[in-house]
Design a protein around this ligand. Sequence first.
Ligand code: NAD
Length: 253
Amino acid sequence: MQIRFDNKVVLLTGGGGGIGRASALAFASAGAKVAVTDRDVAAGEETTAQVKALGAEALFIAADVMQAAQVQAMVAQVVAHFGRLDCAFNNAGIEEEHMRLADCEEATFDRIMGVNVKGVWLCMKYQIAQMLAQGGGAIVNTASVAGLVGAPKMSAYSASKHAVIGLTKSAAVEYGRKGIRVNAVCPGVIRTVMLERAVQADPKVAATVAGAHPIGRIGEPDEVAAAVLWLSSDASSFVTGLAHTVDGGLTSI
Ligand code: NAD
């Protein structure tokens, strides 16, 4: 089955980043109208330009997912521009932490929780209100393999991604009968600037990550996007509350 999103409106957060950009382009190639959002204006506008270059309708909205008023306005702007909201990909996230738990600053913990947990919660809060008014929709949240197992030198990040899975499953149960499906993707190590930052902080990371995946390499943003599109589409109509790994077998060991 070829997955299509003709006449569907998709909202992505973290749309300027590696996984967000790949997903925006994949949605656009499948016929969607795409609202790209990011707090990084230059990166978000670049993704939006690339989406438009594919011939798709696109809109860029600058928004920080930690700020309730900005998230509410972001959803309202998508609906004002495109008339509805069919699919949301809550993907903005930060890692920042490359140290053991006792060495991590409280402010770092708060920032990670603020973006990765509160950000996803705020996005779902306003997206679900809109989807309820329309009679349904599909939401995908970006968790991580670190949301399924522990992650050394990333304990706050790991806790935040476990929380994303908790939010995902709870919302899936609460809104299943209302026609709203909510799933998560759990990527392994993916080739984006997030990985580049981790390698800069600890050069040993580069040598160890590829071998940690039974497939023998790290993943590409497109490979996460493929799972996001499937979870967002009617091809997965009986799937909700799933934490879907895209990890080259990393969590199967
Ligand atoms: P990235 O750094 O390339 O992209 C993240 C994007 O989120 C950036 O464009 C950034 O500006 C945006 N962002 C950060 N904080 C924001 C905020 N408060 N409001 C709005 N936008 C904000 O990283 P990526 O690898 O594409 O990561 C995307 C998601 O995938 C993240 O949630 C990350 O935790 C998750 N993830 C990444 C990997 C990996 O190996 N790259 C693995 C598992 C999970």
